[in-house]
Design a protein around this ligand. Structure first.
Ligand code: HEM
Ligand SMILES: *[C@@H]1O[C@H](CO)[C@@H](O)[C@H](O)[C@H]1NC(C)=O
Ligand SMILES: *[C@@H]1O[C@H](CO)[C@@H](O)[C@H](O)[C@H]1NC(C)=O
Ligand SMILES: CC(=O)N[C@H]1CO[C@H](CO)[C@@H](O)[C@@H]1O
Length: 334
């Protein structure tokens, strides 16, 4: 509780320095729905709690969905749009990395509940931002304030995705510059990567580290040998069964904590892009800091999530409040 309170006090000051601040950011406010939908927070929290209890994979799924929404065209619900015969939407990009159904389902449930109580009022992008925050807090992570009033965007284009989302094969230089382009510095990057303290990855995302790694080594030598051995067994059948997967955080897979960084220090990083954080000289100081001090991690994570949550937002007539989250209100030419 002490931490929650501390963050509440600190965050308004910390976020003043945010480079991610876009001209429209100032139009967001924490109390945006206070009059138009007073039970906004309670309704979302209710749906979130029910869903997370029934399906414990929801938190990680939704956190990832939120990140993917914000990185591509800003936090405007573009990732929630379904493809139609005229448009291949973001969520169906080739590098979709199989965004999990539970997170889409959660947003549909929250939207339905909110439409019953306050029709045509609450945007899908605000729902996703707040549901993500509630889930992070529910699985042990920090609470942070989310400003509200995002509008849902008018486009969702699969072709854009690959320019904005890194893959496990993306070099660290490129990842750093992708984040910097969006006003996220190295501290933000390493803190956000700590999201991999929950959730899982499919074997194909890290199999290149396990089999025929290089001319000299069958397995990536930065792996802890026992961990690599375990993963090889786990993934032995992954080409036949592509659903095979491993926890991102082998020690405390369902708890949002700083174990991710302690793992990296011991060669227990799962993706190549995880493990490199512990050796690159720009990122390592933050890995060491967050491994040593969970409070420092939580503060940095909260701050970075606030930056992400206002990236590229739409306000006024740049967007709309969608009636359903998976479709634009007007289907015309979009
Ligand atoms: C920039 C470098 C990053 C890369 C290359 C990356 C890559 C991946 C990959 C390959 C997976 C596994 C997907 C699957 O197999 O289904 C994954 C999972 C996940 N990622 Fe990342 N990620 C990155 C950054 C982030 C960030 C910044 C966040 C959050 C702010 C995040 C949140 C998550 C979560 C929560 C999961 C687990 C999803 C689940 O269990 O359903 N990732 N990531
Ligand atoms: C892999 O598949 C074979 C045959 O389908 C099965 O006997 C074996 O138990 C599987 N191994 C794992 C780790 O799933
Ligand atoms: C951990 O980090 C917090 C927040 O930055 C700081 O206030 C605290 O002094 C740190 N604790 C230690 C033991 O360094
Ligand atoms: C590259 C990749 O992972 N593509 C997947 C996108 O999603 C579809 C449907 O879930 C999969 O069939 C593809 O393999």
């Amino acid at each position: 509780m002490g931490l929650v309170f501390l963050l509440f006090l600190l965050i308004p000051y910390l976020s003043l320095s945010s480079e991610a601040k876009s001209p429209t950011t100032d139009q967001l406010t924490p109390n945006y729905y206070a009059k138009s939908c007073p039970r906004f927070h309670d309704i979302i929290r209710g749906v979130v709690v029910d869903k997370q209890i029934a399906h414990s994979t929801t938190a990680a799924a939704t956190l990832r969905l939120f990140f993917h929404d914000c990185m591509v065209d800003g936090c405007d619900g573009s990732v929630l749009i379904s493809s139609n015969p005229f448009n291949k939407a973001e969520r169906d990009a080739d590098i979709n990395l199989s965004l999990p159904g539970d997170s889409f389902d959660l947003i549909v449930k929250a939207k339905t509940a909110l439409e019953l109580e306050c029709p045509a009022t609450v945007s899908c992008s605000d729902i996703l931002a707040v549901a993500t925050r509630d889930l992070v807090t529910m699985v042990g992570g920090p609470f942070y304030n989310i400003n509200l009033g995002r509008k849902d965007g008018f486009t969702s284009n699969a072709a854009k995705v690959k320019y904005h989302l890194a893959q496990p094969t993306t070099p660290i230089d490129k990842i750093i510059s992708m984040f910097e382009e969006k006003g996220l510095d190295v501290a933000d990057l390493v803190a956000l990567m700590g999201s991999h303290t929950i959730g899982f990855s499919h074997c194909k995302e890290f199999s290149a580290r396990l089999y025929h790694y290089s001319k000299n080594a069958d397995t990536d030598p930065t792996f802890h040998p026992k961990y690599a051995e375990g993963l090889k067994k786990l993934c032995a059948n992954y080409t036949k069964d592509p659903t095979m997967s491993a926890f991102n955080d082998v020690m405390t897979p369902n708890k949002f904590d700083n174990m991710y960084y302690l793992n990296l220090q011991r060669g227990l990083g799962l993706l190549a892009t995880d493990q490199v954080m512990a050796s690159d000289k720009r990122t390592k100081p933050y890995v060491d800091l967050f491994a040593a001090n969970q409070t420092a991690f939580f503060e940095a994570f909260a701050r970075a999530m606030q930056k992400v949550s206002v990236y590229g937002i739409k306000t006024g007539n740049q967007g709309e409040v969608r009636r359903r989250c998976d479709a634009f209100n007007s289907i015309s030419t979009r």
